[in-house]
Design a protein around this ligand. Structure first.
Ligand code: GDP
Ligand code: IMO
Ligand code: MG
Length: 421
């Protein structure tokens, strides 16, 4: 049996904290897509940790963590992260497994990412520059190198061949930066990676399922950054939605049970691209300040706005969301009035649907206003502790989406979460 936790907005919904919260109930936590573009924050005691590659269940000593074939892996980031995690006394030899089919991010992929972005001028995607796009391009272009290839005696030859191909592309972009130090780090990290558990991921996970173990698939990015269903071309390069779990791990669709969607009580986006409910005013500033909305991977300020129910309902539909977790509800404590986007005016016509492209049309959100609760909710432990106005806000969202918010996260801490049966 497999449950999924994934983001319903443009990323950074708080997936890391929520996966860490649920991890104790699972035997295996598996990442199925994305790579070090992800930044998943969690707290162990009062220590803040940001994970990029390793699944967020790693701090539970009895869970097994799998980096699936759908992920793109940067050995350098992985090594650095493994060292941090090991300093907490976690034995990664015992509880981290990596699929041999996982594609490798090479130094030249990072260089290509930088070169391609800078050539885009004012049409920049705002990539994290971790080499994600070029690595997935080499996967679908059937050129990429995979973790299992590291164990082949001809790996260096294959690497040099691909590097030469990349060099020609870099020359076209007039990219001249010296990346020899990146390569040094890469080959050092490769030696480290080869010592970890490299497995046949699809057999590994299906054997676990067969044995009755509980698997939790951890999404990265968010549904609106999905390569097919997001705000293309301002998206990432993988399927971030629940369908991605099947080809990102090698499991059949009927094995998936709960799809737990995580949304903030408002909305953020980092990088370029359409964001209908963005508030480029004092309220947006306030959300950024109180919510501490700065990228966990790049440190960039996140764009902030009100919750967008049109996009959320779309995300619930394409993911088959069964339960919703609403995070950062406490960030709204300070706001006198709240707004919720219930439809879009698209070129003057009202619509409840997300259009296939959002850049060549004029989208104006239609809002419904709500009273804020104006009281601190950080200490709430149960539904009874939640203010009435918050219940009204959440009830409206439940009815609109036709899917219920089952958990409200009311602070970054591990225990700050209220369950609503
Ligand atoms: P992820 O990428 O979805 O894992 O989310 P990030 O870690 O990038 O960003 C979420 C941020 O919000 C992190 O700094 C978390 O510590 C923080 N956070 C998570 N849940 C809550 C919450 O309920 N309230 C507050 N105030 N912060 C939260
Ligand atoms: P988590 O898992 C928020 C955004 C980037 C950029 C676009 C493409 O922490 O939610 P890429 O590096 O994939 O080429 O960037 O996607 N992006 C994210 N935004 N959270 C993330 O991950 C993101 N990963 C990528 O800002 O706009
Ligand atoms: Mg993040």
């Amino acid at each position: 049996m497999v449950d999924v936790i994934l983001g319903l907005q443009w990323g950074d919904e708080g997936k890391g904290k929520i996966v860490d919260y649920f991890a104790k109930d699972y035997d295996v936590i598996a990442r199925f897509q994305g790579g070090p573009n992800a930044g998943h924050t969690l707290y162990v005691g009062d220590k803040k940790i940001v994970l990029h590659q390793i699944p967020s269940g790693v701090f539970h000593p009895n869970t097994t963590n799998l980096i699936g074939n759908g992920v793109v892996l940067d050995p350098v980031t992985l090594k650095r992260e493994c060292e941090t995690v090991a300093s907490f006394g976690i034995d990664l030899k015992k509880n981290l497994y990596i699929s041999e089919r996982t594609h490798l991010i090479l130094p030249t992929h990072r260089a290509l990412d930088a070169a391609a972005e800078s050539s885009k001028g004012n049409q920049k995607i705002g990539s994290t520059l971790k080499g994600i796009g070029p690595t997935y391009m080499d996967k679908t272009g059937r050129n990429g190198l995979r973790v299992g290839d590291l164990l082949d005696k001809n790996f260096t030859t294959s690497y040099i061949k691909l590097r030469l191909k990349h060099q020609r592309l870099l020359d076209n972009f007039s990219f001249t930066e010296d990346i020899s130090s990146w390569e040094e780090q890469f080959f050092e990290a490769v030696e480290f990676l080869k010592e970890l558990n490299i497995v046949n991921g699809e057999y590994f996970i299906n054997n676990k399922i067969q044995a009755g173990k509980k698997v939790l698939a951890e999404g990265a990015q968010g549904s609106m950054l999905d390569i097919d269903f997001g705000t293309f071309p301002f998206v990432t390069s993988s399927n971030t939605i629940s369908a991605g779990v099947c080809n990102g791990l090698g499991i059949a669709p009927q094995k998936i049970k709960e799809v737990i969607g995580v949304t903030k009580a408002y909305c953020t986006r980092v990088g370029g691209g359409p964001f209908p409910t963005e508030l480029e005013n004092e309220t947006g500033e306030e959300l950024r300040k109180i919510g501490n909305e700065f990228g966990a991977t790049t440190g960039r300020p996140r764009r902030c706005g009100w919750i967008d129910l049109v996009a959320l309902k779309f995300a619930c539909m394409i993911n088959g969301v069964t339960k919703i977790v609403m995070t950062k509800a406490d960030v709204l404590d300070a706001f006198k009035d709240l707004e919720v986007c219930t439809s879009y005016m698209i070129n003057g016509k009202e619509s409840g649907e997300v259009p296939f492209q959002m850049t060549r049309v004029n989208i104006k959100p239609v809002y419904k206003k709500f009273n804020g609760w104006n009281t601190s909710t950080n200490a709430a432990k149960s539904e009874n502790d939640l203010p009435e106005s918050m219940k009204v806000y959440v009830d409206f969202i439940n009815k609109y989406l036709g899917t219920k918010v089952h958990y409200i996260s009311n602070g970054p801490g591990r225990e700050q979460i209220v369950s609503i049966p």
